[in-house]
Design a protein around this ligand. Sequence first.
Ligand code: FAD
Length: 238
Amino acid sequence: VPLPELLTARALFTDVLDIAGWPKRRFYEMLKLSATDPTEKAELERLCSKEGKKDYQAYASESYTYAELLEKFPSAKPNIGHLLDYVPDIKPRLYSIASSSRMRGNDECHLCIIKNEWDATSGRNCVGLSTGWLDELEVPSEGIKMRGHIHPSAVTMPETHATPMLMVALGTGIAPMRAFIEERAAAKRDGEECAEMALFFGARNRQEYSYEAEFDAYQKEGVLEHIHLALSREQKEK
Ligand SMILES: Cc1cc2nc3c(=O)[nH]c(=O)nc-3n(C[C@H](O)[C@H](O)[C@H](O)COP(=O)(O)OP(=O)(O)OC[C@H]3O[C@@H](n4cnc5c(N)ncnc54)[C@H](O)[C@@H]3O)c2cc1C
């Protein structure tokens, strides 16, 4: 996306550049060239050298972001032009629609999102940019407006509900399956002929099976006849 003609520095760093992202090696190289403090320069030279490969990997597994590296090496003061060259733009995150417009109408669209969290080698907790932002979002009662694009789905339903469906999903991969189940439930309630549906779902634990009550109800209703779970942290066999 081309940059607008006028942009504040704040907007550049909050809305455009991925300063909370994962720095590539070339960013270390650029910092090495711009650092003026001898100790910082020597450390960056080591990180960029063959001998410093292990230390570089340790930095990467510590999940330092572009912003954190700039704080760690304060004598390196790349200008905005360099930052535009070396820090990529924030990429859009894709989420699958998890609801059916036939069941819920055109004004409602559900997403099923899991917060992306991991531990760096030191044990500090790291959170993904988009899911961390969503998690902290305080939504007023009137809601908030968000921009998004809709892409055609890579996974599609059979042409008629008379075709049986076998669905296999892991984690948030359940999202499009939930939309299919709702679509078929709406068709069944409208009296259409509907074939059997079966779901195989894998997750780490039962908490990640967030649609349990809903899917159990669809099972009783005869929409989703078969549900098979594989919860890797709750069962011995993998
Ligand atoms: C077609 C498609 C459909 C999708 N549908 C869904 C969906 O329905 N629901 C859903 O929850 N997700 C879905 N995703 C995934 C989603 O798009 C995001 O990738 C996910 O939410 C993580 O985004 P984030 O910004 O929170 O994490 P990011 O900040 O993008 O981080 C992602 C990963 O990158 C690594 N990482 C990031 N920064 C660093 C760093 N500084 N150092 C080291 N490692 C780092 C970590 O391993 C982290 O787990 C889908 C993806 C695709 C491609």
